[in-house]
Design a protein around this ligand. Structure first.
Ligand SMILES: Nc1ncnc2c1ncn2[C@@H]1O[C@H](COP(=O)(O)OP(=O)(O)OP(=O)(O)O)[C@@H](O)[C@H]1O
Ligand SMILES: [Mg+2]
Length: 236
C-alpha cells in the first residue's frame, strides 16, 4: 500500500513513543504480548478497543498498542479510528483529519489516499476523516460507518496487508447497537477505568457484546502508581 506521509505532533497520551524505557511502555509491551498469544492461537487480527462509557482510555490504549506492536514486535499494523462519537486518533498522533475512513466509505477516495504513515515503521493510520457537514452528521450520529457495510468492505480490502488491525471503537453504553461491531471484528478488548466504572455498568456493557469475541480487559488508571502521569495497566 502507498500512503501519505505527514508530519506528526503526537499528544502527550502517546507515551510509548518517547519513553522507551519506562515501566508504562513495558506494560504496553506486556499487554500486547498477551494479546498476541491469544490472537495467534485463535486467529484474531482485527481487534476493536471499546469501553462501557466514554473517556475510559480507548484512544490512549489503542494508540499506544499500535505503536508498540509495530515498533517493538515488528508487526504490520493498521490503526483505524472507528469512534464516530469522538474521533481522536488524528489528535493522538498529531496528524490532519481531512481525509480518512468516512471518505473511503463514501467512495470519495481510495484507502491508499486516506491512510497515513505512522510515526514508527510498520504502522499505518486511518483517521476518521471528514465529510461535508450534512453527510458528516449522518455518518457520526447514526453510526453509519458501522451499520453500513462500509467498515466490513474496508477491512476486507486491507486485512491481507496487516498482522494487526486495531480499531478505536465507540463506547458501548450510550445506546449504539454494538452487535454490529461484534460481528465485524475478530476480537474485542475492553478498557475499564478503574474506580470509575461500576461493576453494574460493566456487566450491562459486556452483555451487549458477543461474549465469544471479548479477548480481555485493560484495567486503566488503577491506583498502583507507575509514573507521574500514567498508572497501572492490567490484563486478564
Ligand atoms: N492510564 C492513564 N493515566 C492517565 N491518564 C490517562 C490514562 N489513560 C487515559 N488517560 C487520559 O484520560 C483521558 C481520556 O482518555 P482517552 O481519550 O484515551 O479515552 P477514550 O475512552 O478514548 O475517550 P472517548 O470515549 O471520549 O473517546 C485523556 O485525557 C487521556 O490522556
Ligand atoms: Mg477516544
Amino acid at each position: 500500500m502507498t500512503k501519505q506521509t505527514l508530519e506528526h505532533k503526537p499528544s502527550p497520551g502517546l507515551i510509548v513513543l518517547d519513553e522507551l524505557d519506562t515501566l508504562v511502555t513495558d506494560r504496553y509491551r506486556l499487554l500486547f504480548a498477551k494479546i498476541d498469544l491469544i490472537s495467534r492461537k485463535e486467529g484474531k487480527k482485527i481487534i476493536a478497543i471499546t469501553s462501557a462509557l466514554k473517556g475510559e482510555g480507548k484512544t490512549t490504549t489503542s494508540s499506544n498498542l499500535a505503536v508498540v506492536s509495530a515498533r517493538d514486535f515488528g508487526k504490520r499494523v493498521l490503526l483505524i479510528d472507528g469512534d464516530f462519537k469522538n474521533p481522536s486518533v488524528a489528535k493522538s498522533f498529531g496528524v490532519g483529519q481531512s481525509i480518512g475512513l468516512v471518505n473511503v466509505i463514501a467512495k470519495e477516495c481510495l484507502i491508499d489516499d486516506a491512510a497515513t504513515e505512522g510515526p514508527v515503521p510498520g504502522l499505518t493510520i486511518l483517521t476518521m476523516g471528514k465529510l461535508s457537514p450534512q453527510k458528516n452528521t449522518f455518518q457520526r450520529e447514526e453510526g453509519h460507518i458501522w451499520t453500513s457495510n462500509g467498515m466490513k468492505e474496508v477491512l476486507a480490502d486491507v486485512q491481507g496487508h496487516y498482522d494487526y488491525i486495531w480499531i478505536d471503537a465507540p463506547p458501548i453504553l450510550p445506546l449504539f447497537d454494538m452487535s454490529v461491531i461484534s460481528e465485524t471484528v475478530d476480537g474485542i478488548l475492553m478498557v475499564i477505568r478503574v474506580g470509575e466504572t461500576s461493576e453494574a455498568v460493566l456487566s450491562q456493557a459486556v452483555k451487549v457484546l458477543a461474549s465469544n469475541k471479548v479477548i480481555g480487559s485493560v484495567l486503566n488508571r488503577s491506583k498502583k502508581k507507575l509514573g507521574s502521569r500514567y498508572q497501572d495497566y492490567g490484563y486478564y
